[in-house]
Design a protein around this ligand. Sequence first.
Ligand SMILES: Cc1cc2nc3c(=O)[nH]c(=O)nc-3n(C[C@H](O)[C@H](O)[C@H](O)COP(=O)(O)OP(=O)(O)OC[C@H]3O[C@@H](n4cnc5c(N)ncnc54)[C@H](O)[C@@H]3O)c2cc1C
Length: 275
Amino acid sequence: MKPAPFAYLRPGSLADALAALAEAPNAKVLAGGQSLVPLLSMRLAAPGTLVDINGLPGLADVTVTDDGVRIGALARHADVLASADAARVQPLVALALANVAHPTIRNRGTTVGSLVHADAAAEMPVVLRLIGGSIEVESAARGRRTIPAEELFLGPLESSVEHDEIAVAAFFPALPAGAGVAFEEIARRHGDYALCGVAALVAGETVRAGYLSVGDVPTVVDLSGVPEEQWGDVALEQLDPADDIHATADYRAHLARILTARVVRAAYDDAKTRT
Ligand SMILES: Cc1cc2nc3c(=O)[nH]c(=O)nc-3n(C[C@H](O)[C@H](O)[C@H](O)COP(=O)(O)OP(=O)(O)OC[C@H]3O[C@@H](n4cnc5c(N)ncnc54)[C@H](O)[C@@H]3O)c2cc1C
């Protein structure tokens, strides 16, 4: 199938891109195109205008400070994965990104685009949610605002980024001293979307696990104070795995239980290496 007809704009400044979005209510931002273009081709999306942001200056940086990792809207997954500083300051970013698709898709797809796309089967939304990150968005009408991860993911492929806003960057806070993280997912083939994935964060008394492909939105459960032998069962009480063409709800629940035990244990072990 071919996309429905659309107008194509490639502005050279953020102000022009925001003005184009403001003028065309059914416009869509085009970043890496790795999710949007397939949706266009299948006619699951039919925007009247595509506003290609790939020509905008100053949005491709990965900036690492002691506070965390700031990822510009045009930084590709591969750019982020290549940053040793990012992996040092917040190791969960690289652990999860290594599971995002295949190298060709990581070379083009953007990490910020993946967050705005808000796929519950994607790795980076659950990481942002687990560690309490945020994104910065800008519009012509309302200027810049920050959206914390807990307010970003509203439903299946639905984020709280408004149609006239461009997400300019995402911020992944640094791993606190002495904390540990781990990530693991099960996919039919390496690089496929996972049937179930778990990210874990252990920081002092706080124990949290985040789930991808288990529910409509990336979901985080609090396991603080829960004995190790109950991690999987307590997590499942707070999850609602569903059937789809890839796996039954029962199989997903099984994966979530097993991965929870394994990944939370790995996060504890990781914390020991950082003290
Ligand atoms: C075969 C295949 C396998 C894949 N496997 C995985 C996987 O395992 N895990 C995974 O996480 N992803 C996977 N992806 C998706 C990939 O990670 C995408 O790159 C990512 O989801 C979207 O990033 P993008 O830059 O390509 O965004 P686009 O496709 O350009 O855009 C996606 C959506 O986000 C919006 N958007 C993008 N950037 C912005 C912005 N800065 N401001 C406002 N709106 C914006 C667009 O309007 C659109 O609605 C896969 C893709 C393919 C084709």
